[in-house]
Write a protein that binds this ligand. Structure first.
Ligand code: COA
Length: 263
């Protein structure tokens, strides 16, 4: 169970089947140490294998930051070898979030900069509070982004705006992020978690089999040398032998609400 694992840098809570992970380093604006990222991964992997969890929210402690980046004090003296390892491990964490079979929402409650922006972009959906700010300021530190920012930012906002943000290091506010498709909704801070839960509760009424297949197919669009159309044909066909499909079609034909077994 996700709740049984004890963590140093994150808080976890499961309510109504929704796992909320809170990055809990408020005095450091929730800057991401290597350990913090691994804890997030452990909590999410555990949720993926926990039938009681239907969705995941990732947020930051306090009113100011989701995460203000990778922890600069931790990596400032890294060697080239250590930095390469840091980036590769970070990519593994981000990929595992992106490939989670449960829907992951980033509830961005303030600064999402550098690694914080990359973490939010690895989630399936992003909701922002009105005070949220997004940016990839790594060029100010003498490095490019290292947790997938150069790839996911342009996937989400397009090459033109993405390159501008990556090259200038400028941060954008929540409304601008909404305008460019970086976030799905902007809401007052006090409504951020409730709106995230509302979306996850809606997804929880759908077929878990179909939801996880949608995630796989969409992710395959962005994988080099993988044919997303072929993936869709495969996943569509395979779904027909699942109990979820039998339940969904039977419920429709008998004019009742489906109750999906999730297999
Ligand atoms: N890594 C390590 N510590 C960080 C951090 C980061 N990415 N971001 C913030 N902190 C720490 C600060 O060092 C400070 O710690 P201290 O109180 O022990 O000195 C604390 O969090 C509060 O930050 P502070 O800078 O005082 O807050 P602010 O409101 O004046 O500024 C920011 C907020 C986000 C603009 C500023 O903290 C900042 O630019 N952070 C770095 C952003 C960045 O470059 N991220 C990419 C990293 S790859």
């Amino acid at each position: 169970m996700t709740t049984a694992i004890s963590f140093e840098n994150i808080l976890t809570d499961i309510t109504d089947g929704i796992l909320t992970i809170t990055i809990n380093r408020e005095s450091k604006l929730n800057a991401l140490t290597l350990k913090t990222l691994q804890e997030i991964r452990t909590a999410m992997d555990s949720a993926a294998n926990d039938a009681a969890v239907t969705g995941i929210i990732l947020t930051g402690a306090g009113p100011k930051a989701f995460a203000a980046g990778a922890d600069i004090s931790e990596f400032a003296h890294f060697t080239e070898e250590q930095a390469t390892r840091m980036s590769a491990d970070g990519h593994d964490v981000m990929n595992s979030i992106e490939n989670n079979t449960k829907v992951v929402i980033a509830a961005v409650n303030g600064f999402a900069l550098g690694g914080g922006c990359e973490l939010a972009m690895a989630c399936h959906l992003r909701l922002a509070s009105e005070n949220a700010k997004f940016g990839q300021p790594e060029v100010n530190l003498g490095v490019p982004p290292g947790y997938g920012g150069t790839q996911r930012l342009i996937q989400l906002v397009g090459k033109g705006k993405g390159l501008e943000l990556l090259l200038t290091g400028d941060a954008i506010d929540a409304q601008t992020a909404l305008q460019h498709g970086l976030v799905n909704y902007v809401v007052p801070q006090e409504e951020l978690l409730a709106k995230s839960r509302e979306i996850l509760m809606k997804v929880a009424t759908k077929s878990p089999v179909a939801v996880s297949k949608v995630i796989k197919c969409v992710n395959d669009f962005y994988r080099p040398n993988v044919n997303g159309m072929q993936r869709e044909i495969y996943e569509f066909g395979e779904a027909f032998s699942t109990e979820d499909f039998k339940e969904g079609t039977d419920a429709f034909l008998n004019k009742r609400k489906p109750n999906f077994p999730g297999k």
